[in-house]
Design a protein around this ligand. Sequence first.
Ligand SMILES: CC(C)(COP(=O)(O)OP(=O)(O)OC[C@H]1O[C@@H](n2cnc3c(N)ncnc32)[C@H](O)[C@@H]1OP(=O)(O)O)[C@@H](O)C(=O)NCCC(=O)NCCS
Length: 159
Amino acid sequence: MANLVIRPLVSAADLTACAELMVSTEPWLTLGQSTAESLRYFQQPNRERYIATLGERLVGFLVLNFQGPFVGYLQAICLAPDCRGRGLGSALVAFAEDRIFRDHPNVFLCVSSFNPDARRLYERLGYAVIGDLPDYLVVGHSETLMRKTRGPLRPATRS
Ligand SMILES: CC(C)(COP(=O)(O)OP(=O)(O)OC[C@H]1O[C@@H](n2cnc3c(N)ncnc32)[C@H](O)[C@@H]1OP(=O)(O)O)[C@@H](O)C(=O)NCCC(=O)NCCS
């Protein structure tokens, strides 16, 4: 069995494969994301995009956002359905954390209320719930903001 390789998304073929994977699976099915939106999603500025491969096959992706108030945001993570449940997702999260913690003390992410399996995985990996955002992406479902931290943004001040 080939090893998981994670590398930057660079080619148009990778972009198309990521968008196709995204629209084929939860949570993006329930969120109603179209192929055109998914293609745009991977082309947003100020993001780092990575693909995961097993041999020649693209099996997953990661999108990291380094802008905004919750800087160090794991914006999207996905593995092909037949590759789930054997530790590869945890390896993708570990890669994201290595990258984000290099520059920032927090990793943030959101998980949909209808995705309890992913939430359980994040909790096991040390993410704490910050709070719920009801009806944030679609009516009837909330997004739960979670955070893993290595410390505050600013050093302690002396009194
Ligand atoms: C979330 C995801 C990346 C985890 O990857 P993974 O390879 O399945 O994760 P691991 O094998 O390292 O860990 C398995 C754990 O993840 C859970 N998990 C989460 N979503 C899962 C899914 N759709 N299928 C199988 N396992 C899933 C399993 O329940 C398992 O936890 P458990 O042992 O408590 O049951 C992957 O399942 C996935 O791509 N899901 C669809 C997209 C998604 O939900 N992305 C997250 C949006 S916040």
